[in-house]
Write a protein that binds this ligand. Structure first.
Ligand code: ASP
Length: 306
């Protein structure tokens, strides 16, 4: 595949695209070290965020700025854009297309970015559409695995926590279909198990997975423990949320049973699912993971806009 026009879901990526993107992301480390570049000078990126974000929005904006581009930001778009007056995402996108060369959208509705992409000519990037997908998070997650472990094949990966509403683990599981010899284990409270749409896609792609309720049984052999937040805002009842939260925690005792060369990842923000005592361990990769988001998003913007 060549450079795609839009970035909407993980299914659109193939292995050559990943290799190319990751090689470019490596190169962006040197670009930052050299004080940035002017490659995207004169280009404008608009970020429309209808849901909260720290890392995704700021790392996209940082990435664009590091490449010499300009940023227009609607941070609380649900409250402060015309969406509050009832404007559809399609109409908002049509307007913003006149102001920007690429539009990054986070929205609570599944498929919102795709709907916007269908009506505009500029590239649209899905920065999270409700509980559905977060494709650029999956890209930076796999890039992090490659940076930390030196490979994206031959891995035992445990996805832990809210696999039902968590768009990050959903997208990562789907992206792993591009990798070889992956052992995938899902560890989740019973009411937030991985959706059948994802498990069916994994089966169709020949990527086997198994479910395990005992996190302690998984830790000693995992190369990657990918912990996630229970997505409080997506539950219809507080009772269901309470049933899911607090069951799986990574702490110092977990680290003792993990391999010395394993890593702990998390898309962040964390609530209580990784104890702060884990942060100082070299296997805690989540802050490096967040930093990788800048390199990866620089590479992606560069690919889409040049
Ligand atoms: N920041 C990630 C997301 O937007 C993970 C999370 O919110 O738990 O999906």
């Amino acid at each position: 595949m060549g450079a795609p026009r839009d970035i909407l879901e993980v299914r659109q990526f193939d292995r050559p695209f990943l290799e190319e993107l990751f090689a470019r992301a490596d190169g962006m480390r040197a670009v930052i070290a050299a004080g940035g570049s002017n490659r995207l000078q004169g280009r404008i990126m608009a970020t429309l965020f209808f849901e909260p974000s720290t890392r995704t929005r700021l790392s996209f904006e940082s990435a664009m700025s590091r490449l010499g581009g300009t940023v227009l930001s609607a941070e609380y778009a649900r409250e402060t854009s015309s969406a509050a007056k009832g404007e559809t995402i399609e109409d908002t996108a049509r307007i913003v297309e006149a102001y920007a060369d690429v539009i990054v959208i986070r929205h609570p509705e599944v498929g919102a970015a795709a709907r916007a992409a269908a009506v505009v000519d500029v590239p649209v990037i899905n920065a999270g559409d409700g509980p559905h997908e977060h494709p650029t998070q999956a890209l930076l997650d796999l890039y992090t695995i490659r940076s930390e472990l030196g490979r994206i094949d031959d891995l035992r990966i445990a996805l832990v926590g809210d696999l039902k509403y968590g768009r990050a683990p959903r997208s990562l599981a789907l992206l792993l279909t591009q990798c070889r010899n992956i052992e995938l284990v899902f560890v989740s409270p019973p009411n937030v198990r991985m959706g059948e749409d994802v498990t069916a896609a994994l089966a169709a792609a020949g990527l086997p997975h198994r479910e395990e309720s005992d996190l302690a049984a998984v830790l000693p052999t995992a190369d990657v423990v990918y912990q996630t937040r229970i997505q409080h805002e997506r539950f219809s009842s507080e009772e269901d949320y309470q049933a899911a939260r607090g069951r799986y925690i990574i702490d110092a005792a977990s680290l003792r049973s993990m391999r010395p060369d394993a890593i702990v990842m998390h898309p962040l923000p964390r609530v209580d699912e990784i104890a702060p005592e884990v942060d100082a361990d070299p296997r805690a990769a989540y802050f490096r993971q967040a930093r990788n988001g800048v390199y990866l998003r620089m590479a992606l913007l560069d690919m889409l806009l040049t």
